[in-house]
Design a binder for this molecule. Structure first.
Ligand SMILES: Cc1cc2nc3c(=O)[nH]c(=O)nc-3n(C[C@H](O)[C@H](O)[C@H](O)COP(=O)(O)OP(=O)(O)OC[C@H]3O[C@@H](n4cnc5c(N)ncnc54)[C@H](O)[C@@H]3O)c2cc1C
Length: 223
């Protein structure tokens, strides 16, 4: 899996802090924008995050490029309705040079099952190519492709949605693949906007675990 932070709102912490300050100030936007120090930004962001005034976090957006993740991950990811997605099309892209597949670690660990998995995928790929060669449109040939098929996605989320996404998907109890992606995304945005994301992660990092089947372990990003 490859996860890259492609672009983000310039000075993402400052723009959210300006929005927060504006709500409670007589000053003009010019005056508000000039007066900011890192300490003031931190104070304002800590206040809005702890009070739940989360809408100000919607002014900063982050765009990621993701490659080598499965369609299985995609199905979970696109349940997040406040995000924007562009996904490599299986209708318009013909995978004539081969289909890329994701292999879960649990299957990799079992030599016998791994061989069966790979054989299944090899046969699927062969049949897919046969369909294309017989002029079956790619949009129909793809019906036989499994959840393991790899895809490429561009994802944009604002900081509020990202924090929500991290609370659900970086959790130790989340499915391994989307968790891996979420943890990588969290590391990337923390580097660029630590004041927006230093306390981001599963609920146990902030207020305590809400999972019915709690893991009972302390959370560490990516571990
Ligand atoms: C551990 C886990 C297990 C899951 N298991 C299943 C499963 O078995 N079956 C299944 O179908 N799904 C399952 N899901 C998916 C889950 O139900 C959500 O669809 C997914 O996590 C997206 O969450 P969300 O709706 O909070 O996020 P988003 O769509 O990103 O929305 C963010 C927030 O915006 C608000 N919001 C968005 N849209 C609306 C709306 N229409 N009305 C009101 N408020 C809105 C809500 O506050 C929401 O939390 C699972 C998710 C997790 C994390």
């Amino acid at each position: 899996m490859k996860v890259k932070l492609l672009k983000f709102t310039p000075e993402p912490e400052k723009i959210c802090a300006i929005a927060a300050r504006l709500c409670y100030s007589f000053a003009s936007i010019d005056e508000i924008s000039e007066k900011f120090t890192k300490e003031k930004i931190k104070e304002l962001l800590d206040k809005v995050i702890s009070s739940g005034h989360n809408s100000v976090l919607e002014h900063a957006s982050f765009t990621f490029g993701v490659e080598g993740v499965s369609r299985s991950l995609l199905a979970q990811l696109t349940r997040h309705r406040i995000a924007s997605f562009s996904v490599q099309s299986q209708r318009y892209v013909k995978f004539k040079n081969g289909v890329e597949f994701v292999v879960p670690e649990t299957i990799k660990r079992d030599k016998n099952l791994l061989e069966k998995y790979n054989n299944f995928l090899k046969n699927t790929e062969k049949l897919y190519k046969e369909f294309l060669d017989a002029d079956i449109p790619a949009e129909d040939a793809r019906y036989i492709l499994p959840n393991a098929s790899a895809t490429k996605i561009v994802i944009t989320m604002n900081a509020r949605e990202l924090r929500h996404f991290f609370s659900l998907r970086s959790c130790n109890r989340a499915q391994w693949e989307i968790r891996d992606m979420a943890c990588r995304m969290l590391s990337l945005v923390r580097r660029e906007a630590s004041l927006l994301f230093s306390d981001a992660g599963p609920d146990c990092v902030r207020e305590g675990c809400h999972e019915v089947f709690t893991c009972g372990k302390p959370w560490k990003n990516g571990k």
